[in-house]
Design a protein. Sequence first.
Length: 319
Amino acid sequence: MKNQKIVNIRAFAILIVVLGHSIILYSDSWNLFETTCKVPVLNVLKEIINIIQMPLFFSLSGFLFFYSSKKKTKSISFFINKFKRLMVPYFLIAFFWMIPIRMLINFAGYSNLSIVTIVKQILIGFNNGHLWYLYALFMIFILMFFIDRALQYFNSEFVYIVVFVILMVLSFNKVNLRFAFLNDAIKYAVWFYMGYLLNRYGNTVNLKVKIPTLIITILFLVLWLIFRKELLGFLSSFFSVLSIYWIFTDKSNKFINSVSDNSFGIYLFHSPLVYITYTYLPNVTPILVVLINFVGFGLLAFVLSCVVKRTRLKIIIGE
């Protein structure tokens, strides 16, 4: 039986990711494409989305992993399943969707690169656009498989806390390993684990705790926007995720359910499409750019996901 609250949160998560991709051109921290238009409101909105989107996405995977961890799946079966679910789409979308689109628009990141070099970069998790998430998540699943086994063995609340502290400390370390996906996995593993813990303990939280958490969330977001300290950013992400899990409703809605069911496909198909807008329409009215990216390409990504799910090509989206 589906957890309707998680269905709703997943729909919200993919919608803010799509919105973030749709307005990233106007972010001061992004320089992959250039524009003469400055939109301070969209710049701030993108920064807030950045604080929330990936911690929330990884936490959802951790939340659902908690269910599967109770099935005592054998390690080989588990790893094969996650490879099919994440890495097969990673390679298929990279080679047959993202790279062709980038090459058609003469993507600057491919300047003076041979196709062999591009393929090598994809294999080691470099220059892979939005697909970095799949590679990192696959590595986190492997890590968490063993962590979960250790947690079940010790069965100690103290150990659960220690693991969270260790993962949090690792997320702050600016590691620079040769393979980018390992750096990303280390950075975001704490959010996956947070979702795991929210599934384990979330139902014990009462309303008296939830309301102050929302107030604290807003406070930390404001402080982070003013002072831009890394710790404030982490705390903003932490309390934002808590607030979303504790406040979201479990009421069902057909549109939300459909978006949630196709969230992975939307994520895979949408991001490369905005390259088209950012290449050919970078300096037009921002409202038009956002509408094309969010509504037009968002709808196209949704339709593509729905179509693929109903064919033998559904392996493209990990099904």
